[in-house]
Design a protein around this ligand. Structure first.
Ligand code: NDP
Ligand code: MG
Length: 383
């Protein structure tokens, strides 16, 4: 099943399956707004069931699929219905914290979950890991850096690892000064120099909030401390992660800036199948650059490290505040640099109210998600 089938990751996953239709049976597909694409994908891939997150689109989706043997569901309950079907493998690629409950449902139903939805690892990593252990199923990284880490540490002992380096392209405004960043518009921030992705992650890449989420995601996936995770700016986006070992050796993963590489690795249980992706010609590339990120210019990354140090509910609060700030940036109600100010103010207020000391359970995370969004909204109006 593919959760978020109409998105960038979802469609890339389907495109990988399309050349091997005989090897796969598609059980369920989910989407939200784009019901035309959802219906078309369900027919093309002979899915058993589909769900749109938008209940008001239920009848239209049903109409689009009339005459086809596809069960149609809608709303969160419909998405969870699809997510909890018995399957071998689920791609969790809904965007934002809306992906948390569906991803958990898939793990609970006994599926191996390929996790693109980094937000669920940021908000509830320990819970995701516990459920996957209890059900004896795998949680497989899809984010390119985390897939790269899994590839470079494979076969190595944990004790031999000294740190992980994650690369960041630096996004669209790598060469902008801090003051130039203030007036960046949503349109400008929605184009990435190296990767084709959904709008939200593209903007998060430009603000480095994406990298902040990714260092927290790395901590959860690979049990790393803040001091064991380093970020370097690497504009070429060819090296995705580097494992550094106690003996001074380093293993880097180089790969195409194309998510089909990481998705295929997750889909084929770490087997390397032939993919028709652009080949990297190192002589043409010539030079690879690595720079230290400027934490003053990108306070989002600094916040990410603080969240790792704090642990517990800090990740859920950070992600929710970031999502609210991003919504407001997209709607022209908050500046590009204002996003980090809003997230910082929200975390400070939640800490001063002792809201992040509660137990890390799903109910608390869901409540905190709403609270963090409402506090962030208040700061959007103030800042
Ligand atoms: P897109 O915006 O392209 O797609 C998002 C998907 O989620 C769509 O299927 C969308 O449906 C669906 N969706 C949106 N809102 C909801 C909701 N409330 N409930 C259920 N479904 C919803 O995002 P991406 O594919 O770019 O990203 C998906 C996830 O993967 C994110 O967590 C992102 O951080 C992560 N990721 C993405 C990468 C990339 O290259 N794109 C790389 C690494 C990680 P619809 O379109 O029909 O409205
Ligand atoms: Mg990534």
């Amino acid at each position: 099943s593919i959760l978020g089938a109409t998105g960038s990751i979802g469609q890339n996953t389907l495109s990988l399956i399309s050349s091997k239709k005989d090897d796969f049976k598609v059980v369920g597909l989910t989407g939200a707004d784009n019901i035309e694409l959802l219906a078309r994908s369900a027919v093309d891939f002979e899915a058993d069931m589909v769900a749109t997150a938008d209940e008001s689109k239920f009848l239209d989706l049903k109409d689009l699929l009339s005459g086809h043997n596809v069960e149609v569901c809608a709303g969160l309950s419909g998405i969870l219905e699809v997510a909890s079907q018995q399957t071998d493998w689920v791609m969790s690629a809904i965007v934002g914290s809306a992906g948390l409950l569906p991803g958990l449902s898939a793990l609970e139903a006994g599926a191996n979950v390929a996790l693109a939805n980094k937000e669920s690892m940021v908000a509830a990593g320990p819970i995701m890991k516990r459920i996957s252990e209890i059900n004896d199923v795998r949680l497989i990284p899809v984010d390119s850096e985390h897939s790269a880490i899994a590839q470079v540490i494979r076969g190595e002992e944990r004790e031999s690892l000294s740190k992980i380096i994650i690369t960041a392209s630096g996004g669209a405004f790598r060469n902008f000064s801090k003051s130039e960043l203030v007036s960046v518009t949503p349109d400008q921030a929605s184009t990435h120099p190296n990767w084709a992705m959904g709008q939200r992650i593209t903007i998060d890449s430009a603000s480095l909030f994406n990298k902040a989420l990714e260092i927290i995601e790395a901590k959860e996936f690979f049990n790393l401390s803040a001091s064991e995770i380093e970020v370097v700016i690497h504009p070429e986006s060819l090296v995705h992660a580097i494992a550094c070992f106690q003996d001074g050796g380093m293993k880097a993963h180089l790969g195409p800036a194309d998510m089909r590489h990481a998705i295929a690795y997750a889909l084929h249980e770490e087997k390397r199948l032939k993919l028709s992706l652009d080949e990297i010609n190192l002589a043409d590339v010539g030079t690879l650059h690595f720079d230290k990120p400027d934490l003053d210019k990108y306070p989002s990354l600094k916040l990410g490290y603080e969240v790792i140090e704090q642990g517990g509910l800090a990740g859920a609060a950070f992600n929710a505040a970031k999502e609210e700030a991003l919504d407001n940036f997209i709607n022209y109600k908050l500046s590009f640099t204002g996003m980090a100010d809003v997230v910082r103010a929200t975390l400070d207020e939640l800490n001063s109210r002792n809201e992040l000391k509660n137990e890390l359970v799903i109910e608390t995370i869901m409540e905190l998600d709403l609270l963090a969004r409402s506090i962030a909204k208040k700061y959007v109006e103030k800042i």
